[in-house]
Design a protein around this ligand. Structure first.
Ligand SMILES: [Zn+2]
Length: 135
């Protein structure tokens, strides 16, 4: 799961506890090890969850992670009578996953995709420089 994480430089990655309770409770117990969100994207994930909650109050989260510099947010959306809720939910998730490519995963400022010695991340100018200097 951590193949794209730096081996050193920023210290320990954030833990599950960084995700607020209303998001953690959407995971089944066995899926909790797959709850990982970089601190810079917490607000993004909190906003996405709030919008999904309006759309599909009983949706479940299977996994949250960072992959190839972008947010991945995997869910199960119950089948609602209108038949379009799932599509709307997945469109919303796609939109937020795309937004993550413009938000620094450390501080939440405006960022862009950068290559950091063998792995990709979305970083602002300040954190791009810091990581490269330490390697
Ligand atoms: Zn930053």
């Amino acid at each position: 799961m951590r193949e794209n994480r730096p081996q050193k430089g920023f210290g320990a990655p954030p833990k599950n506890k960084d995700l607020p309770e209303q998001i953690l409770k959407r995971f089944d117990a066995q899926d909790l090890p797959y709850a990982y969100c970089p601190v810079g994207w917490l607000n993004l994930v909190i906003e996405l969850d709030a919008k999904l909650n309006e759309l599909a109050p009983h949706y479940k989260i299977r996994q949250i992670k960072e992959k190839f510099a972008g947010l991945r947010y995997y869910v199960d959306v119950p089948l609602y009578r209108d038949g379009t809720t799932r599509t709307q939910a997945h469109d919303l998730i796609t939109k937020y996953e795309e937004m993550s490519y413009r938000i620094c995963d450390i501080c939440g400022d405006e960022g862009k995709e950068v290559s950091l010695t063998g792995w990709m991340a979305t970083r602002c100018e300040a954190h791009d420089t810091k990581e490269k200097a330490e390697n």
